[in-house]
Design a protein around this ligand. Structure first.
Ligand SMILES: Nc1ncnc2c1ncn2[C@@H]1O[C@H](COP(=O)(O)OP(=O)(O)OP(=O)(O)O)[C@@H](O)[C@H]1O
Ligand SMILES: [Mg+2]
Length: 486
């Protein structure tokens, strides 16, 4: 399951709560497991008992057995009804478990916001509601049991009554022996006990089957990157070309378009800065380069080859992306940088950290490179996380470097550290920088001004400033100059 989930397209993660995926991989799998550990063997034993008791009954007296079985249609009908109702309830139960996990996962992850905005009481209330729904679904299933078991008891009593009534007549007409009359009530008890037990096992079985259905549904989700390309170059020269790229996250190019015919070229080794207002599609452009999403029309070429001609994993290996929001895993700083790639030695990590200018601060952490980063890097500052992510990108020695600059403003001292690091990162390789600060933009050979998914202006800094009433000039005067002044 985990393997499958790791290979799914990012689209899946955009649309699925994390809690739902973890429920599938943990609690649903556990429910399936109980089918085998608790359900299947006892069910087999019960079924065997039923078959053997029936054989013995038939051998003793076929007529009496048929009389006993006369009520079975009733039993089968009752069982089917019971099964349906339990199934519905358990489907709800599994749904509610998934909702509860998603809720908990999200609130615990976002506890800081919950506490900052005093939302504890409201969140607790919402949780109580989810809990109540969960209880209600379970109670429904229990109700079904509460009705079904007495019904089985009544049917079994009916069996016994019929048998006594018919058997008494048989004894009188000497068709049935007294011995049979003594043995049959015992057989009936032996027959109904496993039937009752079987119904009880429905519980485990139903839960497991419903969980299995969900797990299979996820396993059948083949929304994975179609890796049909064969090109796997050891190194890329690094020319990047977008040609009339149209893209929509939902695939609905008519109503929900994000990029509208974006075209640009970056020669090998050059730097492109992308600027534009928030939501204009800057991050989207760079997600397309590693084929994390598929475009609807147009083409993207690297070194003259369409992205689809490349083996996608070979391609991703040559492109490093530093994201806007840095993600760190729990583990040491060393592991966070190398991501446990066996091809990366500690010496390489340290060399890269020195080059970026992160070595000094990492050394000062308790334990240095072995400092244990907490989940999401919670114990490190933003700037520190950023530097670690820079080292992570540099140590992979990519041919194309993509940097989605964090929007948060930083103090001048850190700014110069980060600036230094960025210069090291982009040196001698093709780079795309989504820039929010003038100091970064100044290093770019070309600047692309994006507005609502369209390229408005493209060219070097000085040329763009010349354009009367141009977007870049406006941005420069309003945003960058002001920031510089501050
Ligand atoms: N994963 C996603 N699924 C669906 N729509 C998305 C997704 N990510 C972004 N969008 C939408 O695409 C548009 C462009 O988003 P994008 O993240 O590319 O903006 P941006 O230019 O990087 O903005 P910012 O400067 O704030 O980072 C936005 O309207 C956004 O709502
Ligand atoms: Mg962005």
């Amino acid at each position: 399951m985990f393997n499958h989930v790791t290979n799914l397209n990012l689209n899946y993660f955009d649309k699925t709560p994390i809690g739902q995926s973890t429920t599938r991989t943990i609690s649903d799998i556990e429910a399936i497991n109980t089918i085998f550990s608790e359900g299947s063997v006892t069910i087999l034993a019960d079924l065997t008992t039923i078959v053997f008791v029936l054989i013995v009954m038939f051998m003793t007296s076929a007529k009496l057995t048929l009389v006993v079985l006369a009520v079975f249609p009733l039993l089968i009908y009752g069982s089917i009804k019971f099964k349906e109702s339990v199934r519905k309830s358990y489907e709800k139960v599994r749904n509610h478990i998934s909702t509860m996990n998603s809720f908990l996962q999200e609130r615990i992850g976002g506890m800081r916001i919950v506490q900052i905005f005093n939302a504890e009481e409201r969140e607790a209330q919402k949780f109580r509601q989810i809990n109540r729904d969960y209880t209600a679904a379970n109670l429904k299933a229990i109700n079904a049991y509460a009705i079904f078991f007495p019904v089985v008891d009544i049917i079994s009593a009916l069996s016994l009554g019929l048998m006594v009534w018919y058997g008494a007549g048989g004894v009188l007409s000497e068709e049935v022996t007294i011995g049979t009359m003594v043995a049959f009530p015992l057989y009936i008890t032996m027959l109904y006990r496993p039937i009752r037990m079987l119904a009880d096992k429905f519980n485990t079985l139903q839960m497991g089957l419903i969980a299995a259905e969900r797990v299979f549904k996820l396993l059948e989700n083949n929304d994975m990157v179609q890796n049909t390309g064969t090109l796997a170059p050891q190194r890329l020269k690094g020319s990047v070309a977008f040609d009339k790229v149209w893209f929509s996250y939902s695939g609905d190019i008519e109503n929900d378009v994000v990029l509208k015919g974006v075209s640009f070229d970056i020669p090998p080794g050059k730097t492109l800065a992308i600027v534009g207002s928030t939501g204009s599609g800057k991050t989207t452009i760079i997600s397309l380069l590693g084929r994390f999403y598929e475009i609807q029309s147009g083409s993207i070429r690297i070194d003259g080859h369409d992205l689809h001609e490349y083996d996608v994993f070979a391609l991703r290996r040559r492109i490093a992306v530093v994201l806007q929001d840095v993600f760190l895993f729990s583990g040491s700083v060393m592991e966070n940088i190398s991501l446990r790639d066996p091809g990366i030695t500690e010496a390489q990590v340290i060399a890269a950290a020195k080059m970026i200018g992160a070595h000094a601060f990492i050394e000062r952490l308790p334990g240095g490179y072995q400092y244990q980063v907490m989940e999401r890097g919670a114990t490190l500052s933003m700037g520190q996380r950023q530097l670690i992510s820079f080292v992570r990108a540099l140590v992979f020695n990519p041919d194309i470097l993509i940097l989605d600059e964090a929007t948060s403003s930083i103090d001048p001292e850190t700014e110069s550290v980060i600036q230094f690091a960025i210069e090291k990162l982009i040196a001698r390789r093709t780079s795309i920088i989504i820039a929010h600060r003038l100091s970064t933009i100044r290093h770019a050979n070309n600047i692309l001004v994006l507005d609502k998914g369209e390229v408005k202006e493209f060219g070097p800094h000085d040329a763009l400033l010349e354009i009367e009433g141009g977007k870049y000039r406006e941005l420069y005067e309003k945003q960058f100059l002001k920031a510089e002044a501050l």
